[in-house]
Design a protein around this ligand. Structure first.
Ligand code: PEP
Length: 255
């Protein structure tokens, strides 16, 4: 089954609202026609509105990098999915490795956010991936399957139409070490098999699975040329117009 490629940029804690707006405008001008590739940019919370207003008439979509599972309440410093949805945003990254390992988010908390994001009409990208010591101990499959099962607990088949998965090996994020295409494909196949057993073959075939971890314009085409890799989630290389546009163009050539 042919799935359109997706290129998502995670800007992490970079760019003020003004800088984000200017950057988004440059991307808009450089990516007027995305040839069916979904381009998603994820600025920090404060940049969401200005970025959304800048690209709303283009084919570039906007995502948040995180959210809280509760709608409102005494959660100082948090932002709810409803607040994100209210300003027009469509996507949200959940379970990013920095949220898991720097901020201590558990599978259970991530699952609550998954359920909440879908309830308010956002499309979550569930990030999963093993740490280096887990890979070296031969536990990649076990870790990824655990994160996947926990993250998708009680998420229905119908809701899966709005879910993407990102496989991001922790050892490849921000390190310059990219998983080889074979390593990425191997885990993508594990994820797709697990989706088939959790849901159905049809859901597994329809769900986009992105790879993330030191993707650059130079390696994006090789990674995405495999039909199992439906796109990429890009951190560092998403912060330069040339490199992000280069990755987007690589996806367009393959799409
Ligand atoms: C990320 O933050 O999701 C990521 C993949 O980062 P980088 O591309 O910098 O490795």
């Amino acid at each position: 089954m042919k799935r359109n490629k997706v290129v998502a940029g995670n800007w992490k804690m970079h760019l003020t609202a003004n800088e984000a707006q200017q950057f988004a405008n440059k991307l808009r001008i450089n990516l007027l026609d995305t040839h069916g590739v979904s381009i998603i940019i994820c600025p920090p919370f404060l940049g969401l509105k200005s970025v959304f207003d800048t690209v709303k008439d283009s084919s570039i979509k906007v995502g948040a990098q995180n959210m809280h599972n509760e709608t409102q309440g005494a959660f100082t410093g948090e932002i709810s999915g409803e607040m994100i949805k209210d300003i027009g945003i469509q996507y949200v990254l959940l379970g990013h490795s920095e949220r898991r390992h720097v901020f201590g988010e558990t599978d259970d908390f991530i699952n609550k956010k998954m359920a909440s994001s879908l309830r308010v009409g956002l499309d979550p990208v569930l990030c999963v991936g093993e740490r280096l010591e887990e890979r070296e101990a031969g536990k990649t499959s076990e870790v990824v399957i655990r994160q996947l099962r926990a993250g998708l607990k009680e998420i229905s088949e119908a809701q899966m139409a709005h879910v993407m998965i990102a496989y991001e090996p922790v050892w490849a994020i921000g390190t310059g070490l990219t998983a080889s295409r074979e390593q990425a494909v191997e885990v993508h196949e594990i994820i797709r098999d697990e989706l088939a057993s959790l849901y159905s073959g049809v859901i597994a075939e329809k769900t986009a699975i992105l790879y993330g971890g030191s993707v650059k314009a130079e390696n994006a085409k090789d990674l995405m040329s495999h039909e199992e890799i439906d796109g990429v989630l890009v951190g560092g290389a998403a912060l330069k117009v040339d490199s992000f546009v280069g990755i987007a163009k690589a996806a367009m050539e393959i799409n």
